[in-house]
Each structure stands twice: as structure tokens, then as C-alpha cells.
Design a protein around this ligand. Structure first.
Ligand code: ARG
Length: 465
């Protein structure tokens, strides 16, 4: 590449700064796939003979084989994956290899590679998300009878079905899955044939390239095609949001598995010990999911920051688009299967759930609603119910144990049906609206989701879709 224009070699430190092959070698399959299509288009345009195209095809195939077998020597002197493959091709097949880059730039080449990579990564992530959705839906079905206090401000607020809590995460994950599917669509545009920035002067058949590479459509502006990475940001946003959701789920499980809550027990398979304290069972799996969320958010912010000041079109800053992407892909691949296992092996302590329901005056809203139904304006009912809680607290009892005489002293509207009316089962069942925690509603949701997201048996798909 420097043969013509430059008199001297690149400085060594500059070479190391400039080289990306240490990380972008991961794009080798996409790069070779792109080059195979490019050779085919060159042949179709009459720029390569049949024989030359054959030699290129065979040369690229042998390079891929060597990379897969771990026999290929990547070299920083060849800067990136694109130049490494091309140099090896020339070395192996001679002059025909020198024709491969006709009318092509690494700018449209790398954009093509990256789009193929993001398409596959988005699909894998969507599949993995569906696996976790299935596991949460299965947990909801298993625990369909369990009622727990639900929290706002981390203060006990209302009784809900534990299944309803699990299904809240299902909703988040369904949206995350949709975001990955969107990221896949966003990446599904063929930039090849855009050249360095202006297009292609050999009349290359871009439609042929699109078909060969399996893209949905062609990019419509060569400058946009080589210089934007918003499709990577789309993936990273989907990944960051997913990790934020997993982090919240992880936080719930960490809290619930503490002795103070004691609501769940995490399985030995996902629990670690302490080097010093023999009694410990630490929820490291969940803590790592929570911690790694920060890392993936960092990948997103890093990319957006790289993009924000760039003049059109390609700038070398764009080489910084890859490591964060790869890191996010690897993080998701590491975290999602463990989260799935965490949920699958979770054991709920039902007697503890029942005990937690007893404290916290969860019947208070029922008391206020009783008065509201008896004709009191809600604000007044709220005050009376609050006074009842205060009285119960002073007497050291729960609202169900507070005698009717105490209630009657606060309002004449209280009658002998009060204690029956404020039972938590009733409160639960009365949340009978779409999206509410009434058992009939939750049961229907569980049935729908279990049907839509069957158990996830096989592993995620391979890197090519
Ligand atoms: N390694 C480069 C990257 O990742 C490839 C494109 C280089 N293009 C160029 N004109 N220097 O972005």
C-alpha cells in the first residue's frame, strides 16, 4: 500500500497505533464473504477473466480455511483484516490477487463486513433474549400460587402474584428483543460499491452484490454508506437497554436472596463461596450481570462519542467502532445463558413469602377502598385508613387483628364485614383490569407467553444467519 507514494517506512509506534488487526481479525468470515461477492461482481463487469475469478475464489477459500484452523499468521504490518487477507491472496495466487481491490475501498469494505457482523449478532441476541423470556414465563407458571408484597420506594406497597413480577421482566425483554430485530433491519443495507466515498466508476452491479451478500436493500448514498455507524449504535443501544433490564432483575434477585428478604434461594450452580467466610453463598452471577451493564452502557456511549464530531465521510476514528461492539457482543454471550440458568434454578420460599405479607400493613388500601365504597371521598378515606395503621402500629398488631371497635372509633362507616373485605386475596383479585395482578389475568398472560415463548432447548445460532 505504501510502495508508490511513500519514501520511508511507517514508524513502529505509529504502526502499532494504526493497526487494527489485533481485534478486527474477528471479521475474517465477513471480509472473505464480501470479497467473494466482489470478485463475482468484477467478473460480471468483465474486469476479471473467468480464470482469475476462479483463482481468487479458491485463494480466499484457502485463506479462510487456514484462519479457521489457526494456521494463518496475522501481521500488524498489514494493518487490518482487509489488508491481511489481500496480501495473503496476492502471495498465494499472484497477479490475479492484485486485481481484487479494483474499484473498491476499505471504506465500503469495512462497512460491509460490519453490517454482516451486526446482522448476525442482532439475531443471536434476539434469540438469546427469547430464551430468557421463556425461562421467566416458565418461572411465572411454576410460582403461579405465590403472593408477595410488591414494593414501591423499596417499601412494602401491595400484594401481587410473584408471577406478575416475573412477567414485568418478560415485557421489558420482549421490547429488548424487538430492539435487536430493529438493529438487524438497520444493518441490513448493502454499502458495497460505494468506494472510498463517491461510488464506483466501473459500473459494478451493486444489485448483484446485494443479492450475493443477502442484504435487504442497497444504500442510497455512497457518503452515508461509508461514514455512518448508526446501525452499530442501534445494536449497542439494544444491548445496553437489555443489560440495564438484566441489571434490575439481578438486583431484585440479590435482594431477595439475602437473609433479610429470604424470598429466594439461588442454586449452588450459580452461587459462589467466600475465601474467608465459610458460611457465605454469594450471588456473584447476578452481581456480574449488574456490573457488566455498566460496561455495555460504556460501549454505547463510547461509540456515540466517537461519531459526534466527525466530518463526512470516512475518518480513521471509525476504526474505534469495533472493540466496543465486540465487547458488548461477548458480554451478552457470557451473561445471558447464566441469567437463564439463574431463573431456571431459582427456588422460592413460599412460607417466607407468606410471612412477608403479614407485616407492612398491606391491607391499608383495602381499608380506604372499603370506606370509599361506603361513600366517603377517597382523600378522607385515605386519612382514616392512615389513622387505623397508626393505631395498629401503636397496639403492635396488624390491620386484620385490629378490633372492629377500634375501627368504629375512627369512622362510623365501618361495619362487621370489614375484616372480610380487607383480606389480601380479595385485594389481589380486585386488580381485575388488563395488565392487573388479578390471578385470572396473570394466569391468562402466563398461558399466552408460555405458548409464544416455548422452552429454549438448543443453543443460539451460529455467527452466520
Ligand atoms: N481498519 C479500518 C477500519 O476499521 C478499515 C478502513 C480503513 N480505510 C482507510 N481509508 N484507511 O475502519
Amino acid at each position: 500500500m505504501r510502495g508508490g507514494r511513500f519514501g520511508a517506512d511507517l514508524d513502529r509506534a505509529m504502526r502499532d497505533l494504526n493497526a487494527s488487526v489485533d481485534f478486527d481479525w474477528r471479521l475474517f468470515a465477513e471480509d472473505i464473504r464480501g470479497s467473494q461477492a466482489w470478485a463475482e461482481a468484477l467478473r460480471a463487469a468483465g474486469l476479471l477473466s473467468e480464470g482469475e475469478a476462479d483463482r481468487i475464489r479458491e485463494g480466499l477459500r484457502s485463506i479462510e480455511e487456514d484462519i479457521l484452523a489457526g494456521r494463518f499468521q496475522f501481521s500488524r504490518d498489514q494493518e487490518d483484516i482487509h489488508m491481511n487477507v489481500e496480501a495473503a491472496l496476492v502471495e498465494r495466487i499472484g497477479p490475479a490477487g492484485e486485481k481484487l481491490h479494483t474499484g473498491r475501498s476499505r471504506n465500503d469494505q469495512v462497512a460491509t463486513d460490519l453490517r454482516l457482523f451486526v446482522k448476525a449478532a442482532s439475531k443471536s441476541a434476539a434469540v438469546e433474549a427469547a430464551g430468557l423470556i421463556a425461562e421467566l414465563a416458565a418461572a411465572a407458571r411454576r410460582e403461579l400460587e405465590v403472593v408477595v408484597p410488591e414494593y414501591t420506594h423499596l417499601q412494602r406497597a401491595q400484594p401481587v402474584l410473584l408471577a406478575h413480577h416475573f412477567l414485568a421482566y418478560v415485557e421489558m425483554l420482549i421490547r429488548d428483543r424487538g430492539r435487536f430485530l430493529h438493529a438487524r433491519d438497520a444493518a441490513d443495507v448493502c454499502p458495497l460499491g460505494s468506494g472510498a466515498c463517491a461510488g464506483n466508476q466501473f459500473g459494478i452491479d451493486r444489485e448483484l452484490l446485494r443479492q450475493k451478500l443477502g442484504f435487504r436493500e442497497l444504500s442510497r448514498n455512497s457518503m452515508d454508506a461509508v461514514s455512518d455507524r448508526d446501525f452499530v449504535a442501534d445494536y449497542l443501544y439494544a444491548a445496553a437497554m437489555l443489560m440495564v433490564h438484566l441489571s434490575r432483575l439481578a438486583e431484585d434477585l440479590i435482594l431477595w436472596s439475602s437473609a433479610e428478604f429470604g424470598l429466594v434461594r439461588l442454586d449452588d450452580a450459580v452461587t459462589t463461596g467466600s475465601s474467608m467466610l465459610p458460611q457465605k453463598r454469594n450471588p456473584d452471577a447476578a452481581e456480574l450481570a449488574r456490573g457488566k451493564a455498566g460496561r455495555v452502557v460504556g460501549c454505547l456511549v463510547g461509540l456515540l462519542t466517537v461519531l459526534k464530531g466527525l466530518p463526512l465521510t470516512y475518518n480513521k476514528d471509525l476504526q474505534e467502532d469495533k472493540e466496543g461492539l465486540f465487547d458488548a457482543v461477548d458480554t451478552l454471550k457470557a451473561v445471558l445463558p447464566v441469567m437463564r440458568l439463574l431463573v431456571k434454578t431459582l427456588r422460592v420460599d413460599r412460607s417466607r413469602a407468606a410471612a412477608l405479607l403479614k407485616g407492612g400493613y398491606l391491607e391499608a388500601l383495602g381499608v380506604a377502598d372499603y370506606l370509599t365504597r361506603a361513600g366517603l371521598p377517597f382523600r378522607e378515606a385515605h386519612r382514616v385508613a392512615g389513622a387505623a395503621v397508626r393505631r395498629a402500629e401503636a397496639l403492635g398488631v396488624g390491620l386484620p387483628e385490629l378490633p372492629l371497635s377500634e375501627y368504629k372509633a375512627l369512622s362510623p362507616k365501618f361495619g362487621p364485614d370489614l375484616h372480610q373485605a380487607i383480606r389480601l386475596e380479595g385485594a389481589l383479585a380486585r386488580n381485575d383490569v388488563p395488565g392487573g395482578t388479578a390471578p385470572a389475568r396473570v394466569r391468562a398472560e402466563v398461558a399466552r407467553l408460555v405458548r409464544e415463548f416455548p422452552p429454549f432447548a438448543e443453543g443460539p445460532p451460529g455467527p452466520q444467519d
